[in-house]
Ligand binder design. Structure first.
Ligand code: ADP
Length: 164
């Protein structure tokens, strides 16, 4: 049977830290499904459809990665797509405290689910989506932290909007 892992998150935005977890996850699982949680009570900074497209583009050559969006309990979605594993990254003790709680709740919802944690690669540990949002909000380039280019995306959009 195919070993499928769901990698759930907000990915607002998706970073090189996330990419690293997926690439390492592919050594453990046959398929990694990136699940962008669409929590309607949480206002996003980067639009969901744009982020989905950028993640898909990042893994276009990787046939064992696909991207979904969802608005439901993570464990329920895992069961629905046949994933027995949740993939998560751990950077520090703050991540651990948080992850410990949600891993227990996920097993309450779907008993068979196992959360697999990968310790972040040291060079990527300082990268967080919230810091990137703050930098971007004040006009700082953030492409160094991302596996795709946001500035290129902006240029394309400007061209589109100017009708060229
Ligand atoms: P959430 O809103 O569910 O915390 P995130 O998009 O912030 O979602 O993160 C998704 C997962 O990726 C989490 O397990 C988080 O700990 C992990 N993660 C985030 N940044 C990094 C990083 N730089 N290195 C490794 N794991 C990371």
């Amino acid at each position: 049977m195919k070993r499928i892992a769901l990698f759930p998150g907000s990915f607002d935005p998706f970073t090189k830290g996330h990419e690293d977890i997926i690439l390492r996850g592919l050594r453990l699982f046959d398929e990694v499904v990136v699940g962008i949680g669409n929590n309607s009570s949480k206002q996003r900074y980067f639009p969901l459809d744009v982020m989905k497209e950028l993640i898909e583009k990042t893994f276009e050559k990787e046939e064992n990665v696909r991207v979904i969006t969802y608005n439901d309990l993570t464990a329920r979605i895992a069961r629905e797509i046949g994933a027995k594993f949740l993939l998560r990254g751990l950077r520090n003790t703050t991540d651990f405290e948080y992850e410990n709680g949600i891993a227990q709740v996920n097993r309450f919802v779907y008993e068979e689910i196992e959360t697999v944690f990968l310790i972040t690669s040291p060079n990527l540990a300082p990268i967080s989506s919230s810091i990137i949002r703050d930098l971007h909000r004040y006009g700082q380039g953030v492409d160094d932290f991302l596996p795709y280019s946001l500035s290129e995306l902006n240029k394309l959009r400007e061209l589109k909007n100017s009708g060229l």
